[in-house]
Structures are given as C-alpha cells and as structure tokens.
Design a binder for this molecule. Sequence first.
Ligand code: ADP
Ligand code: MG
Length: 695
Amino acid sequence: MSATLHLPELFGSQVFNEETMKERLSSASYGTWKKCVTEGTSLDISTANEIAEAMKQWAVEKGATHYTHWFQPMTGVTAEKHDSFISPVSGGKIIMEFSGKELVRGEPDASSFPSGGLRATFEARGYTAWDPTSFAFLKEGSLCIPTIFCSYSGHSLDKKTPLLRSMDEVSRQALRILRLFGDMETKRVTAQVGPEQEYFLIDKALYSQRKDLRMAGRTLFGAKPPRSQELEDHYFGAIRPRVAAYMKDLDETLWALGILSKTKHNEVAPSQHEMAPIYTDANTACDHNQLAMEMMKKVADRHNLVCLLHEKPFAGVNGSGKHDNWSLGTDTGKNLFKPGSTPSQNAQFLLFLAAFVKGVDDYQDFLRTTVAFPGNDHRLGAQEAPPAVLSIFLGDELNAVVESIIKGTEFKDAGKRTLEIGVDVLPAIRQDNTDRNRTSPMAFTGNKFEFRMLGSSQSVSGPNIALNTMMAEELKQFADELEQSSDFQGDLQKLIRRVFTEHQRIIFNGNGYDDAWLEEAAKRGLSNLKSTADALPAYIAPKNVDLFVKHGIYTKEEIQARYEIHVENYATILSIEANTMVDMIRHDILPAVSKYAADLCSRAGSKKEHGIPCAYETNTAKSVAELTDQLMEACSVLSLELENIPAGPEKAMTYCHDKMIPAMSAARTIADKLELITAAEYWPMPVYSELLFSV
Ligand code: ADP
Ligand code: MG
C-alpha cells in the first residue's frame, strides 16, 4: 500500500463514518441518526434496519463476512463474538443478511466475563447494545459494532456505559455554568481526551523463549544489563529501521481505522517507544486507545516483533505509562480550559480551573484508585513516574495568578493592583514548558490537564469517568450557589477566592520525585496510597460511592461490583506471577544451574587428574551450588505462600501484597545472582541485554 499511499483516502477507509453514512443512507435516516447522536433521541427500528443494511453492504463490498458487537467488559480489554452474515435460502444457497435488530442489540453468552456478582444478583446473562456515537469499523474481515454491555436489569457490565453517562453529566453541569456567563449558544460540552501510549518492542523469537513474558507480560527474572538507559541516547533518538517499518505499518493500520495517530518517537528506555493520537471526545478516544493497543500487538506480530504493553516489563529499566490529556470543549469550538482574552472569559476559565482543583483535592483518593492495579505498582513512586500522591502542577504563571487571588495582593506581571475576577484581564498564560521533568501526576499544560499516573496497559475509561464525574460534582456545587446569587460578579469573585484558598494544598509546582515532597504532602494531609492494596478500599469509601450514585454514573451495586473485580484481579495477577516463577525455577533455572555446577566439577576433576590448577571451576561451582540451594529454598517458601492464600478476595489481596511480593522478590534476587555467574550457554533464557537491544 505504501508506494501509492494516499493518506486522505486511506484515513478512515475501514470506518463506517459520518461521511459514509451520508453517502449511503436516505437523508431521513441520516437525519435520525444525527439527531440521535447530537440530542440523544432514540432510533426507530426502520432506521436501524436501513443503517444495518447499508453497513452490511459497505462491509461486504470490502470483503467482510462476519459482524461482531465489539465491547469493553470489565477485564479492561475488548471482547467480540463473531457471527457471519449468512442466512440460508432455498436451493442450498445463502444470502448475506444483517438486520436492525442485530445491529442494535446482541446477546453474547457472557457468563465468563467478570461481573463482580452483578449477574448473579440480577440476571444470568448480559446483552450488548449499539453505541451510535462511535463508528462501526472493519477489522480482519469482520464488521465491528461498538456496543455497551449490560445485564438484563440494566446494570452496566462494561467500561463504556459509565463513561457515556459521565460525559452526559459533566456536559449538563458545565452548561449550567456557561449559561451564568451568558452563553446561550452552546448545546453540549464534551470531555476531550488524548492518550499518549508507551510500549516496548522486542524480538518475537526471544520473547517466545521467556515463559514469564508469555504468562505474565513482564520478566520475573533478569539481572540488570551492563548498559541500559544510562547513556540517555534513546529518548527521541533516531528510530532504527526495523522499528521504523513497524511504526509505518502501525500508522497506516491506525489511520485506516480512523485513529488520528500523530506523533511517534523513542522513549527513555531502550526498545521503548510512544504513540500519541490527536485528541477526540472521550468515548471515541477510549475506543480508539483500546483498538490501538490491539493493533500494536497485531502489527508487531507481522514484523516478528512483540509489543509489550505491561507497565514494567524489565526491572531497573523505565516502565511504560499512559498520559491522559483531558479538557472540556464546547460544540461551538471553545476549550473551557483555555485562558481567555477578555475579563469574562478569564473569570469563566478561573471558575473551571477552581472546579478542577477542588475536584482533584476532594477526590484524590478515588483518582488514585483508578490507576491502582499490580502492573502500575511497579512504577508509581519509583522515581520514573509520579508518586502515588495526587497533586496539581499549574506552572509558574498560573500559580502566581492563583496566589494573588488567594492573598488578594497585587498581581505583578499584569502590572495591576488587585486582580478582580471578571473585571480585569489576566496576562496571557503561555503553555508552561518548565514541566518537562514530568514529575507531576496532574499537570496543567496550557489548555488541558495531563493525568500522568495511568499505566500503559489500562483502559483510559476509569480515569476519565472519575475526571468527568468529579468535575460534574464541583460544577454542580458552583452552579447551585451562583444561580441563587443576586450579585454574580461579587459572589463569583468570592467563590473563586474561597475555593483556591481551601484547596491550595493540592497545588504543588516542585519536583514530585523528591522525598521531601512526600513529607510535605503528608503535612498537607494529602493521601498517599502507596500500593494497589492500600488504594482499593478507597474505591468504595462512602463519599466516593455517593458521588457516583448521586450523578447516576454507577449504581451502588455497580461500584461495589467493580471494586470486587479489582480486588480479585490483584490476587489473580500475583498468583499467576508467583506460579510462573515457581515453574521457571523448578523446570528451567534449577536444572540448568545444577548441570552447570556438575559440569564445572567434572572439569575440575579432570584438571586435577592432570595436576592443573582448577580454582575457577571449583570456586564457581561452589558459588553456584550455594545459590542453587538457596533458590530451591526460596522457591519452596514461594510455593507454600501460594498454597496459603486465604479465601476471600480482600484477605487474598492483603496476603499477596504482604507475603507473596517479598517471597517473589527474595527468589528473584537469588536467581539474578545466579544469572550473573552462570555461563551464557547454560542459562535457560535470553537475558536483558539480548531482549532490550535486539531490535
Ligand atoms: P507531550 O509529549 O508534550 O505531553 P504530545 O504532543 O505527545 O505531548 O501529546 C499531547 C496529547 O494531548 C496529544 O494526544 C494531543 O492531541 C492531546 N491534546 C492536545 N490538546 C488537548 C486538549 N485540549 N484536550 C485533550 N487533549 C489534548
Ligand atoms: Mg505527555
């Protein structure tokens, strides 16, 4: 495709997008769909039938044979169930059929998707329903229809439904604020998201020789190579040919799917790279990120590579995260986090900023839980990613504005006396470039916030649901107060000042990697939930449950179910890792090092027979043998811990955190020492230097 690649034609060629709908639907049906999307009206069955027919024709012309409802169960990955379009007719023939009913609603046999008890309590099965706001697309011969996934009683079992609900809610509350500023035009406010995605690429042949990578997605053993990222020559370095070919293929694949892949570059660690798309609405961004992660893996396979999305594939080497760039935009094309150029725009900007600051402070613990899972525990606070403490970076200029508002003092840059909100114009606030150290978990970068605690493998849905909902709550509180006001300017001024004063503790512009910050944060009373096991209980803290229930994002049962899934997932992941370690130690490492020691001994013996010195062989054999026994012992401890995991998900989580992790790390330390003294030909798997510098 490359020689004649014509980007505008390639882009979205696999997507049944608005333009295609316009072309292929009657204007009545197109209009009904458009109204459904923009105003939330429902679709009648005859329109659904027409859309289904057009979709099928389009898909079949492009070679599709199947369709699938494509959804995002709470596993965090996507699920599909493929049905072919065929329908038998007389004479042993078939026709290709697809009805509106099949488009709109499906019933996957969903008994094995995690439901956190929701299906047990309510209904045995779930159903999927078309999300007409997200375009259908073609993937490997199947027409994929983005859907939500619910139980029969309407409880959401997926990551899309609550995201859509939270987008509606933040829009509703933001509109109330806009009306107060006299904006009668805006009909909808949309959460905008641009997720930057980091990943590793390694050689497939090497990957297949590592059980840990195959089972757990990360290396469970591996001594630090003589060289890793010390030279700092990889970040933005020249892209190697094999990687360049991969990136080109990936870009073209993503473009065909209508994904706005924009930037690609090398990251800090060797073999680590990043892809960032241009931002879109949160729902599409979330779908696209899921699709992009899937394609990253598939395209890698075509190039005899493996794409690792795990947060920490290699100990001692920077892990991978995902930066969630988030803002609110209006259907009239305005960004509500862009400082304006008139007094009124500035006042509005400061009010949205105040809502965000208050929201992050009020719900810091919940935001933390949205990035809490075992893979991410390896990164947060490990001097390569933000600490587990939430704080907001505003940059020097904006911070000075906030301080002058709090103190009611002169604002220097503007050369003015007291800054009167809604009366004075703020100085132009430029995008702050001082934050390139990336140590802040939540940074204001000119016209958006960048939430940087996300792990590379996770769905961006959860964090964005939280951002949208906390924002909806704060905007609601502000609107409730200001709608009653008889002196809007005066009360606005007071409210902004009060909120910044009360929530200033969440603002921190210094180095987030510094230990002194953690002490300071503790003094400020900020929560520091170090691990997933520490963080998850906050998921169901009454104030957090209230927030989501009040705004109709989750029912009480839904949030409880999600909590249970996350808790269970923790012990599951750790058990898989620990079991894989035991397996590798018993079946691969111990036999290999034992053979090595024995061979050394027999070589020492034959040297001795000839009266030749054999200190190297005997000393090495001795060290290997000692470590071998220690490793055997550590492995027994680990396997005992595995047997002792208590029943009950919460107990299991705590147990795994307190007992399993130390046992795993003890075993690993010994194995890594062995790796360093064992001859290369004996070591049973490729080592870090091979894995990291292979591509
Ligand atoms: P950096 O690496 O400097 O953080 P990138 O350019 O790699 O920045 O990524 C920034 C991301 O933020 C992109 O996905 C971009 O589309 C997105 N973005 C830009 N403006 C907004 C906005 N107003 N709202 C949400 N996302 C945005
Ligand atoms: Mg970034």
